[in-house]
Design a protein around this ligand. Structure first.
Ligand code: SAM
Length: 231
């Protein structure tokens, strides 16, 4: 794990000072994963690359120095918790509908002394009533197809902010299908970038949707409706 992080962080333009905290997070994840379903990735070096470095690749693409970010469907904390660890001036909301996962994240934040992350149990489509158009960034990985994901995430982003969707590299059709949703919800695809996760040959993709106008009040709809009739 350490070797992967020692090689991978500088490759992303990041300092290695965060390694002890990242390692501790990974240890807690693997330990808790024995009794709770948190991740299918169980080799420490794979956790380092496919979870930690993959999450941190967002920084090399988008900076995320400061401001506020919400990680929608964070699960075991990806990508939001590694971002909070290496970006102490970024205020991160880790949002997930599953209470057990959020409870685990609270424990990790407390153990590591991470004070710039807030762990919230809730559904994104309901959370939008509370935190509508306030975040500089929304980020999300492996939660839903892009048209639905845009409806979950874009209402949370302020005009001028961005939603960063982490996707696999074979998503041309999905991105095309999301064109209508992006427009209706007040977004514009600003850029799409592929990256190779350092120390691996795995190529992933980030779609950056800039918020250029307010999201109409009737969105987000209920989740069942989003799934049944995606925008
Ligand atoms: N983002 C993490 C990752 O990449 O490892 C977790 C991905 S996991 C496959 C999807 C997560 O999204 C689950 O933890 C689930 O509870 C959460 N989720 C799904 N729909 C959601 C919603 N509408 N609001 C909040 N969380 C949601």
């Amino acid at each position: 794990m350490r070797q992967v992080l020692e090689a991978g962080l500088p490759a992303l333009g990041l300092d290695t000072a965060a390694i002890p905290a990242l390692e501790r997070f990974a240890e807690m994840l693997l330990q808790r994963n024995r009794v709770m379903n948190l991740t299918a990735i169980t080799e420490p070096r794979d956790v380092a690359a496919l979870h930690l470095l993959d999450s941190l690749a967002l920084i090399s693409l988008a900076g995320l120095e400061d401001g506020s970010a919400v990680d929608v469907g964070t699960g075991a904390g990806f990508p939001g918790l590694p971002l909070a660890i290496v970006r102490p001036r970024l205020q991160v909301t880790l949002l997930d509908s599953l209470g057990k996962r959020v409870g685990f994240l609270r424990e990790v934040c407390e153990t590591l002394g991470v004070t710039n992350a807030e762990c919230v149990q809730g559904r994104a489509e309901e959370f939008a009533a509370e935190r509508r158009e306030v975040y500089d960034w929304a980020v999300s990985r492996a939660v839903a197809a892009l048209p639905v994901l845009c409806e979950l995430c874009l209402p949370l982003v302020r005009v001028g902010g961005c939603f960063l969707a982490m996707k696999s590299s074979h998503t041309e059709a999905e991105i095309e299908q999301a064109g209508g949703a992006v427009r209706i919800l007040g977004g514009r695809i600003a850029w799409i970038r592929d990256y190779t996760i350092p120390t691996t040959e795995v190529v992933h993709r980030v779609v950056c949707v800039e918020k250029v106008a307010g999201t109409p009040k009737k969105y987000p709809r209920r989740f069942a409706q989003m799934k049944k009739t995606p925008l």
